[in-house]
Each structure stands twice: as C-alpha cells, then as structure tokens.
Design a protein around this ligand. Structure first.
Ligand code: MSP
Length: 467
C-alpha cells in the first residue's frame, strides 16, 4: 500500500438534514481516515454537500425559501451533525462554492473540446428524487424502485456525453479489479449491467435554472450528477484541467451505498477516463439501514436523526452503534429499542463495567499500568477490508472474556485473600484494557483517550451511563 490515503464519501443532497444513513457513511470514512492517519500515512478525507438540481430547488420551494438561503442552512446542518459525531474531515466541499463552479465549467469545456460532448434531443422518464433518467427495467409498476415515485416524462434539447464509448474499457478495468468494487456481488451486478450496454447520457438541462451554466451554451445548466462527481477532484483544489491530477488523487477508497454505485462505476469512471485522470482504486458499497425492511430515506419519511441519538447515547455511543449495525455489505434493520439494548449490553454493562470494576479493585494496589505481552489479535486486515462490525465484535470478545475472567476468579475475593495472585490478575486485566483502548481509537476516539487517562490516574469515571 502506498503511503498516501485519499477517502471520500458521497456529497449529500441538501434537500433536508442528514439522517443516520448519511451518518453511517461519514463515520465509516472517519474511522478509516483516523486509522490511516494514526499509521503516519498522508491522509485526506473529503466530504460535502450536493446543492444543485431539481430536487433541491423543489425542496426549497416547498419550504417557501429562497434556494440559496435554503442550501446554506441545510449544508450547515450536515456540518453540525459531523461535528457532533466527532468527524474530522479535511475538507467539506459545497457544490455552490465559486471555485468548484469554475472548475466544473472548465472541465466540461475540456470534454467538449476533446469531442466527448455533442448536441441532441432527449426524451425519457426522469425520477426527480434520483435525479436520473429511468429505463423500463428500473421501474416497478411504473414507479422508481428506489423512491416508489412516478417518474416524469421529459423531452428537451440537450447535450450528451459519449458514455457508450467507454463500455468495453470500463468492463475490462472493473473485471480486472483495476477499479475494484466490493463486495463481489456488487462488482458482478455492475459487470452484468455493462454487458447490457451503455447509452450516451444527457448532461445538460434546459429547464433547470438551479445549476451551473453550461460554458458553451449558458442557457442550459450542467446535469447535477456531473457537477457532483467532479467534487472528488475540486475538493482537492483541482481547477478543471484534463490530465492534471491534483495531489492525493485518485481515491484509495470511495464509500457509498448501493443506490449510487451504478452512476459511479459508469458515469464517474468514464468522466475520469475522458479527462485523462486515474480511476479510484476501490469503491466500497455498504448496505442500507432499513426500518421494517424498508430503506430509511428522506423521501420515504422513515428516518432516525443522528442528533437524537447523540443526546441519548453520547458521541462514542452513537459511533459504536452505527459501526456495529451493518454487516459487511449487508442491509441492517434498526430500531430505537435495539439501539438502547445494544448500548446497555455492550457499552454500559460490557466495557464501562469492566473498566470501573478493574480500576476500583486496583485502587488499593495502585498498580501502574504497563503493557504486558499483547493479548489482542491484530485487526489491521479487517480494518483495511472495512469490516468494521467484525472488528468491534472482535474487540468485544475480549471485553466479554475479561468480565467473565473477573467472575470466574472471583477477583474481588482474590485481592483480599491472595493479594499476590490478585495483583497479577489485575495487571493482566489493566494491560488488556490498555490494548482495548488503543484498538478503539479510530472508532471511539474520546473513549480511547479517556481510557488512557483513567489508567494513568487510577480514577474511574463513568464512561457509558445506562440508558
Ligand atoms: N448527492 C448524491 C451523491 C453524489 S456523490 C457524487 C446522493 N446524495 S444522498 O443524500 O442521497 O446520499 C446517498 C448516500 O447516503 C448513500 O449512498 C449512502 O452513502 C447514504 N445513505 C442514504 N440513505 C442510506 C440508508 N438508508 N442506509 C445507509 N446509507 C444511506 O445520492
């Protein structure tokens, strides 16, 4: 692995504030970025907001707000949420930033000059919530699969990007893992989609005012997805020049969920090839949070807000619950009741209890923590594979082991009756707690820090009050 690490999240639509689906992707990126930083790699973590297009403009309208004021306010709700969740990004890119707008225009001009863009007319069904044209295959009972919403018929003069000419090369790069898509079932899904053929796509809109003007025909605006994809470049200071990759580019990992894999693996990748820029190394696709097996989404209205969780469980409580909720690549059904149960079992009773018992029992010995022979297995491989739930389960096996060890040994009696043996056992447990604290650092940064402080001072403080 190279010694730089560039990771991105999707930039989220600002038609509303973030829910825990967005929080999942962002915290996962934060965990990975923190882990790479802690290993001394030059790391860059980019996130941001996608602010143009019909969907956002319509939402502003519905709320009776001026679009610019609306996007400013909603972009801020994302920043606030990430701050509450202790997410340390290196840049937060908003597509309404002037620098981004200029670079997107320069890039689209470059694509036009290179002959990748031509004028035509488009007629098709458009799903506003997806901001995508839909084909018959994408619909169930005439409605969009993702949003359960009827697409609208659109017919307009438009400029097209020659996506079809990238079909073979994309198939080759994805099947050879030069652009690696994980999990494998998602890669296969894209490969079979590519086999069914790629069509050129419309990349400008005549009737959408809320967007970036097309540089060579300013009465039209640039398709919001083209505008959005280029954030992964402009977020690093790129100015729109073909063949000039900014520092840190390409991404080692691009995180997203299933909803937007296809557009990334086709349109985004083809734009990069057309712009003579390197492809991302890896796209990792996580599953959805569902509620009663329906995707949690703003359009469907069944959401849990991250702020509410932070109030209840604290920042690290939420980071833990999020990261342990989705198995690798799988959907996960969530409810508030299950969050409460898991928090109490794993954090209040599990880790919190372990630390307070050990520290209390040690108070009369005051054994200084020193790391003994390592007990914890190495989680590097699992973290590299983004198997966060498995890492946490692995760490919690040690927590459970330690709590049971205390019971089995009746440690509270041992320290009284056989102090030498009691001290030995305590030293062992202190060392294990120290290691657990280290392993938790990218996941629960504050807790990890507190564990160090508690071990140094010998004074316990409640880490996770019962809910
Ligand atoms: N603006 C586009 C992305 C442009 S990227 C160049 C977009 N925005 S979005 O607000 O709809 O965010 C979609 C992403 O949010 C998903 O890919 C995923 O990362 C996250 N999630 C949204 N809902 C989710 C769940 N129910 N569960 C898990 N993650 C979800 O698409």
């Amino acid at each position: 692995m190279s010694n730089k690490f560039y990771i991105t999240t999707p930039i989220y639509y600002v038609n509303d504030r973030p829910h825990i689906g967005h929080a999942y992707t962002t915290v996962a990126a934060d965990v990975l970025a923190r882990w790479h930083k802690s290993r001394g790699e030059k790391t860059f973590f980019l996130t941001g907001t996608d602010e143009h297009g019909i969907k956002v403009a319509q939402a502003a309208d519905k709320n009776g707000k001026d679009v610019k004021d609306f996007v400013d306010a909603n972009a801020q709700t994302f920043k606030d949420a990430w701050q509450k969740l202790n997410v340390q990004y290196d840049n937060f890119l908003r597509t309404t930033d002037t620098k981004h707008i200029k670079a997107v225009q320069a890039a689209v001009q470059a694509l036009y000059d290179k002959g990748f863009i031509y004028k035509g007319e488009y007629e098709g069904l458009y799903c506003v919530s997806c901001e995508q044209y839909k084909f018959e295959d994408d619909l169930v009972d005439g409605k969009c699969r993702e949003h359960n919403e009827k697409p609208v018929l659109m017919k307009e003069e438009s400029y097209f990007f020659k996506l079809s000419q990238f079909e073979k090369i994309l198939e080759q790069k994805i099947s050879s893992d030069e652009l690696k898509i994980l999990p494998p079932e998602r890669k296969n899904e894209i490969l079979s989609f590519l086999k069914s053929g790629l069509k050129d796509i419309s990349i400008s809109r005549k009737n959408v005012k809320w967007g970036i003007p097309l540089p060579f025909e300013t009465s039209q605006t640039i398709y919001v997805w083209v505008d959005a994809f280029l954030n992964y470049l402009t977020g690093l200071g790129w100015q729109g020049k073909a063949g000039e990759a900014p520092e840190f580019f390409p991404p080692e990992v691009q995180l997203m969920s299933k909803d937007i894999l296809r557009v990334h693996a086709t349109i985004w990748a083809a734009l990069l090839l057309a712009l003579e820029l390197p492809l991302p190394r890896q796209i990792y696709v996580h599953g959805y949070f569902t509620i009663g097996s329906q995707k949690m989404s703003k359009s469907l209205g069944n959401v849990i807000w991250p702020e509410i969780l932070v109030e209840k469980f604290g920042v690290d409580g939420v980071r833990y619950l999020l990261m342990s909720s989705l198995a690798w690549g799988q959907d996960g059904d969530v409810t508030m009741e299950r969050f409460v149960e898991k928090y109490n079992a794993d954090l209040a009773n599990g880790l919190g209890n372990l630390i307070s018992r050990v520290v209390t029992l040690n108070s009369k010995f005051k054994i200084q923590n020193s790391k003994l022979q390592s007990k914890i297995k190495n989680f590097d491989k699992l973290i590299n594979e983004l198997r966060f739930k498995e890492v946490l389960e692995g760490i919690w096996n040690y927590v459970a082991w330690a709590n049971k060890y205390i019971e089995d040994k009746k440690l509270w009696e041992l320290v009284k009756n056989k102090p030498e043996e009691g001290k030995k056992t305590l030293a062992e447990l202190l060392s294990l707690i120290f290691e657990i604290g280290e392993a938790l650092e990218p996941f629960l940064p504050e807790t990890s820090q507190k564990i160090k402080e508690i071990l140094a001072s010998g004074k316990s403080e409640p880490l996770f009050p019962r809910v």
